[in-house]
Design a protein around this ligand. Structure first.
Ligand code: TPP
Ligand code: MG
Length: 359
């Protein structure tokens, strides 16, 4: 992450912070967080390659600005509900790196006790309500949480993330219509990385993303997710409007994934050319863009950057060490978090402990 670009005048860069109402200290904090997300995911990538993580694993690398910028303005008692590309969103909402990594490893110390894996990070304590693998499945859940907030006369906000492929699901449309008529405190966010697996959004929609909420009368906006300062300022204002009783909002956060759909998919191929990926990776990295602004404003130098990066790498390594030390879930875990009727003997119908009353 060395800095090579010619520096602009400090005045020009200072305007950027002023324009978004983000102090240089807050910008540094956003850089620190995004670097942690990047180093954490690179560690996960490495762990996957050597077989410590199995099953599905969808990296968020390239999209860190969308997570940091949209979650940072939230309060602790606000909710986040999301899809399966969610490791960094979990970190942003306050789930600790160790339990996130241990969940990826399928270990008992994971945030879901090792039973969920990469797609099902969940931590009710910090109001991070998953981690959902069914495309669009989280959208009605978010609407339900927003309804609860309104019913109990609380002043929280729900931020519901989804990918661009989710907006053609029926559940999305039903949930947004209900949120609109009931004026619920929800912000529906499309992390629009332009592709649903190998399908470009423009192939599956004749209208632009920002139009998708218009049938329901929900105000919609677009923001550049590679620009974390713009994203932060946008969500700070939206959260305030929604918290004040303004009803739901819809946001098209434009971003790009730098890796394949999942760890087992190619980075480029017939669905997107390699030069597109190279251009985005080299010109639109949210971490590099913020780094340059901080350098140009004189708020950071190479030694400072290296110190922040060293902390991020250390935190990622500690998360991996925590996961390595954590044991796999024990056999008793088979009987917890299971929604089933008990039989007349007070046992689950598939209970394998001891003599079965049904044998
Ligand atoms: C209801 C449903 N249909 C199909 C799938 C298979 N599937 C998994 S991910 C995915 C693409 C989702 O893309 P997008 O919503 O853009 O999210 P991204 O992966 O880009 O973050 C599909 C079709 C699924 N998980 N759920
Ligand atoms: Mg997508």
């Amino acid at each position: 992450m060395a800095h090579t670009k010619p520096r602009k005048k400090a005045g020009e860069a200072a305007d950027v912070f002023g324009r978004y109402g983000v102090s240089p200290e807050l910008a540094l904090e956003l850089l620190r967080e995004m670097l942690l997300y990047r180093r954490f995911e690179e560690k996960a990538e490495e762990a996957y390659a050597i077989g410590k993580i199995g099953g599905f694993c969808h990296l968020h690398i390239g999209q860190e600005g969308a997570a940091a910028g949209s979650i940072k303005p939230l309060r602790e008692d606000d909710y986040v509900v999301t899809a399966y590309r969610e490791h960094t969103q979990a970190l942003a909402k306050g789930v600790k790196p160790g339990p996130v990594m241990a969940e990826l490893y399928g270990r008992a110390g994971g945030s879901s006790g090792g039973k969920g894996g990469s797609m099902h990070i969940f931590d009710r304590g910090v109001r991070f309500m998953g981690g959902h693998g069914i495309v669009g499945g989280q959208v009605p859940l978010a609407t339900g949480i927003a309804w609860k907030i309104k019913y109990r006369e609380e002043d929280g906000v729900v931020v519901c993330f989804m990918g661009d492929a989710a907006v053609n699901q029926g559940a999305f449309h039903e949930a947004l219509n209900m949120a609109a008529i009931w004026e619920l405190p929800a912000i529906y966010v499309v992390e629009n990385n332009q592709y649903g697996m190998g399908t470009a959004f423009r192939r599956v929609s004749l209208v632009d993303m920002v139009e998708k909420a218009s049938p329901y009368g929900i105000p919609a906006s677009v923001v550049n997710g590679q620009d974390v300062l713009a994203t932060y300022a946008h969500f700070r204002d939206l959260a305030e409007a929604v918290r004040g009783g303004g009803g739901p909002r819809f946001v098209d956060v434009q971003t790009y994934r730098f890796r394949g759909h999942s760890m087992s998919d190619p980075v480029s191929g017939t669905y997107r050319p390699k030069d597109e990926v190279d251009r985005m990776t080299h010109q639109q990295d949210p971490i590099v863009l913020l780094r340059d602004r901080l350098f140009e404003g004189g708020h950071l130098d190479q030694a400072g950057l290296e110190a922040i990066d060293a902390e991020a790498r250390e935190a990622a390594q500690e998360a991996a060490d925590f996961a390595d030390r954590s044991p796999p879930p024990g056999p008793e875990a088979l009987y917890s978090n299971v929604w089933a009727e008990l039989n007349p003997h007070g046992r689950l119908n598939f209970d394998g402990r001891g003599e079965s009353p049904w044998r």
